[in-house]
Design a protein around this ligand. Structure first.
Ligand SMILES: NC(=O)c1ccc[n+]([C@@H]2O[C@H](COP(=O)([O-])OP(=O)(O)OC[C@H]3O[C@@H](n4cnc5c(N)ncnc54)[C@H](OP(=O)(O)O)[C@@H]3O)[C@@H](O)[C@H]2O)c1
Length: 257
């Protein structure tokens, strides 16, 4: 973990779930964190927690990864804090709706493509200059088991995360020789605000997803991100799938009645 001490870690989607837990976990490992999301009030709370955990510095700035102008502003703000990045975590994203293709809504599809696909491309393009001059730095993209196996009602989300997986693979080839490591971390069911966002605030429906089983927690994923980022510089964890023990496969979830 000491490898992360005083390193600079940028996390998108840090206002809740995996991103917020990662801010605390990297803070506890002694890293400086730069946090972005649309809900700045929530980011401020997470920054306090990251500093309490041990981050020497924790700064926040509004970020909408669906907007190139917002991403460019965020990158310019990043440069006011550091000329080099050690870890870029492209985490902002999620699912909206659970409709079949026949019933799908344009606004839901657009949210999923804008955040999970174009957001990763925009953020990476904007921040790459701070990584390529720093061999041993890492780009950690948050994918999903949905990018590897399709399910009914998941067409656009599965497509978006499959897109994230292929962006990760292409980027690793493009960056060969620079010393920059590129990874995808692909979780299964994890209880965060993910299902609440997917079901548009319907708490009962969101809770039902995890009924009778033990899902991953945000902390489980954050711990994994810290582990991946703290491998020696010559080690790249290309692709990591992490699922709850109760989820043997995307369609096979063990539930206690
Ligand atoms: N939970 C799961 O079961 C699961 C499984 C596999 C993969 N994932 C992926 O893990 C990532 C994190 O999800 P989570 O589970 O932690 O869910 P979450 O609690 O809903 O967190 C999503 C984060 O993304 C941010 N975000 C959404 N749209 C954004 C935008 N346009 N610009 C900037 N930030 C944006 C949200 O912040 P604001 O709303 O404040 O902008 C929030 O901080 C996502 O990419 C998700 O697809 C989740």
């Amino acid at each position: 973990m000491s490898r992360l001490k005083n390193q600079w870690v940028l996390i998108t989607g840090a206002s809740s779930g995996f991103g917020a837990a990662a801010a605390r976990a990297f803070g506890a490992a002694g890293a400086n964190v730069l946090l972005g999301a649309r809900r700045v009030d929530r980011l401020e709370e997470v920054a306090v927690e990251a500093r309490q955990a041990g981050a020497p510095a924790a700064h926040v700035h509004a970020l909408d990864v669906a907007s190139t102008a917002s991403v460019e502003k965020f990158a310019a703000w990043t440069r006011t804090h550091t000329a080099r990045l050690d870890v870029l975590i492209n985490n902002a994203g999620g699912a909206k709706g659970f409709d079949t293709v026949a019933q799908g809504k344009d606004e839901d599809w657009e949210f999923m493509m804008q955040t999970n696909v174009l957001g990763v491309l925009r953020m990476t393009r904007a921040l790459l200059p701070l990584l390529t001059g720093n061999p041993g730095s890492s780009i950690l993209n948050i994918g999903s088991i949905a990018g590897r196996t399709a399910y009914e009602g998941g067409s656009a989300y599965c497509a978006a995360k499959a897109g994230e997986l292929q962006i990760t693979r292409a980027l690793r080839l493009e960056l060969s020789g620079t010393g920059v490591r590129v990874a995808t971390i692909d979780p299964g069911f994890a209880e965060t605000e993910f299902s609440l966002v997917r079901f548009k605030g319907d708490e009962a429906r969101a809770k039902k997803v995890y009924e009778g089983m033990f899902p991953l927690t945000a902390e489980d994923v954050a711990e994994t991100l810290v582990w991946v980022a703290s491998r020696p510089a010559h080690v790249c964890i290309d692709e990591l799938v992490i699922k709850p023990t109760d989820q043997a496969a995307i369609h096979k979830v063990f539930r206690r009645t």
